[in-house]
Design a protein around this ligand. Structure first.
Ligand SMILES: Cc1cc2nc3c(=O)[nH]c(=O)nc-3n(C[C@H](O)[C@H](O)[C@H](O)COP(=O)(O)O)c2cc1C
Length: 185
């Protein structure tokens, strides 16, 4: 399957990067084709809701190029459309996914007709708190967006009590991420 992974953290060797690498390892071993997009290294302007992208009819089998912002979303859009699985990975920032990832998700808007249906979605999170309360907002948002887009929720990894990579490595979350990638069908 074609998998597009979008990460939010700026930490190249952080906790969510570790989950990403483990997922990629499992999915590669299982023979899946992976495209990884690290939002924190990209220039993506927040959606301003101008609705220019929705102003005219657009075929749903090609990328909608009507967005007023010609930025690094252009590199991601074809991979969003062709992916059978979308994986979102973020550290929790103030009880939600971080701004880098959310900015990219909001820009799905230009292509939301084309993105509707026929995809699986996975969410992987890391956070410092030792309860999953910090993840409630991100999980609710993920459920809402997958429901809206008609995507099937294919799994989550919710890494609590993981403020550092060393602490994450003491847990079963990297293994969970690996298994999720490996067993994707
Ligand atoms: C701006 C900011 C806000 C944060 N907010 C939360 C939070 O609301 N709840 C929580 O449990 N951890 C919070 N954290 C901790 C991170 O989620 C945690 O350290 C995570 O492992 C970082 O992931 P990374 O290494 O992939 O960047 C916050 C960290 C930062 C920098």
């Amino acid at each position: 399957m074609k998998i597009t992974i979008i990460t939010g953290s700026a930490h190249k060797n952080g906790t969510s990067a570790c989950l990403t690498e483990q997922f990629v390892k499992g999915a590669s071993e299982a023979g899946h084709e992976i495209y990884r997009y690290d939002a924190a290294t990209k220039q993506v302007h927040p959606c301003i809701g101008c609705d220019r992208c929705h102003a005219q009819e657009h075929p749903t089998d090609t990328v909608n190029t009507a967005c007023v912002f010609k930025d690094d979303m252009q590199g991601l859009n074809p991979h969003l459309l062709e992916a059978e699985v979308i994986v979102l990975v973020s550290p929790i920032y103030y009880y939600g996914i971080n701004a880098q990832l959310k900015t990219v998700i909001d820009r799905f808007y230009a292509n939301d007709a084309a993105l509707h249906g026929q995809k699986k979605a996975i969410l992987m999170l890391t956070m410092a708190d030792d309860t999953s309360e910090s993840a409630d907002g991100a999980l609710a948002s993920f459920r809402g967006m997958t429901n809206f887009l008609g995507w099937e929720m294919a799994g989550t990894v919710v890494g609590v009590n993981c403020p550092t990579l060393d602490m994450l490595k003491e847990t079963g979350y990297p293994r969970q991420a690996y298994e999720l990638g490996k067993n994707l069908a």
